[in-house]
Design a protein around this ligand. Structure first.
Ligand code: TYC
Length: 102
């Protein structure tokens, strides 16, 4: 009897056979206009970073052009990208954020 056929265990068996979901990096992009302090607050708010971690990530993006904010499932990554872009728009900053499969 296969795992799929095992009476009463269908859901568990499907879980065992399922592939893990693909993961996505959320990437923050540099620009010349968004204030550094604003980027730090966005990273603390959306990605639950400490002020120190958020400052490190912001400075890496500022110096290197791009940085990783975190790795998430597709839905969570997309929601975080939307949140970052939404907060930036509300404050009329051009801050951009995107996601990429790991
Ligand atoms: N380069 C911006 C400045 O000098 C700061 C900045 C950092 C902007 C990170 C965007 O994702 C960013 N004010």
């Amino acid at each position: 009897m296969t795992a799929r056929e095992h009476a009463g265990n269908t859901l568990e068996a499907e879980k065992v056979r399922a592939k893990p979901p693909p993961l996505y990096k959320v990437l923050l992009l540099n620009d010349d206009y968004t204030p550094m302090d604003f980027v730090v607050v966005v990273l603390q708010t959306v990605f639950a970073m400490t002020r120190e971690k958020a400052t490190q990530v912001m400075l890496q993006v500022h110096r290197e052009g791009m940085g990783v904010c975190g790795t998430y499932t597709q839905e969570v990554a997309a929601a975080k990208v939307d949140q970052v872009i939404g907060i930036a728009r509300e404050h009329q900053h051009p801050l951009q954020c995107t996601m990429e499969e790991t």
